[in-house]
Design a protein around this ligand. Sequence first.
Ligand SMILES: Nc1nc2c(ncn2[C@@H]2O[C@H](COP(=O)(O)OP(=O)(O)O)[C@@H](O)[C@H]2O)c(=O)[nH]1
Ligand SMILES: [Mg+2]
Length: 345
Amino acid sequence: MKNPFSNFYHVFTSKELLDIAFKRAMKSSARVSNNAPILLKAKKKEAKRIKVAIKELIDRILGIIKMVPIIEELPEFYIELASLLVDKDKLRLTLGKLNGILPVLSKIEREYLSSLKKIEKPNEGDRIRRAVFGRASSIINKQNKNLVYLNNIRGKLREIPSIDYESPCVVCAGAPNVGKSSIVKYISTAKSIDVQEYPFTTKKLIIGHLEVERRFDTIRLQIMDSPGLLDRPISKRNNIELQAILALRLISDLILFVFDPTPSCGYNIESQINLYNEIKENFSDDHIEILPILNKKDLASEKEIHYLKEKVGLDNKQLVLTNALTGENLEFIKDYIKNKFIESN
Ligand SMILES: Nc1nc2c(ncn2[C@@H]2O[C@H](COP(=O)(O)OP(=O)(O)O)[C@@H](O)[C@H]2O)c(=O)[nH]1
Ligand SMILES: [Mg+2]
């Protein structure tokens, strides 16, 4: 599925809208015969300008209103993610306000066109058209903060990755800084993922792909990198963490849970184990498998590895040790994922 927000284009500011509308209006030409009286020419010319300007403004504002997707009608993952990123009530209110100015613009057009009919001197037409432009400007300018707000929202919504609900999705989760992004980058096509020495460098959901050839077809698995999670109750979780939780809850078919048993990530092993248990309890079930990965094996001591295995209740077979810097054992994970989904369906 395409990102439902990909047709949400740049929203112009009030100044830009007015510039476009007035320029169009001034370039327009009314159809009137050359030998018509000057007064009639003036009336026709200005009427056309007024109509073009108002139509342009109304059409553009309607266009803006129409290109904002109705969040409630989207698949659940998008509804929830969009609700995290934007205030849906404020969005509805903003659209309502923009919608509300459309009849006002039409009314101004009607009123001034009827005054235009009654003018007696050609230069009065110019005055009337200026008055229309002035009123329209003040109405549109009052909407500027709403237009800017919509454009900001657009920026946020367009960052949501496109999910294909038909294909399986592997979500990589764990505490911040443990090596999730490095792993996703290695095993998938998402090469532009940011890997940094600081926690919370991944602030949004990012999707890469991994193609799996089956006997009769090829499937494109989705591999999702998620922001780091801290071991804390859901009510304390920040917006960035909640995005990861949503991905786990609504779209994961396999969870790669990454541990860093060394102190280098900045989060102690106890809190990572709590997090693992929480995810295992809340999100994994018969359909959703959780694969624990012990990363930074180059830094981890025997003792740290042993402790983790004991605590998590894993034997050698179940815990994959990786080094995301060199790629060690990441091919194994890739194959593990491929095999899992070759067998499914
Ligand atoms: N020594 C070592 N460093 C690693 C390994 N995997 C990741 N790192 C480093 O750990 C830091 C955090 O990695 P990143 O992939 O951004 O972690 P994320 O926050 O979980 O996505 C980066 O500086 C990586 O280069 C590993 O296996 N060994
Ligand atoms: Mg990351």
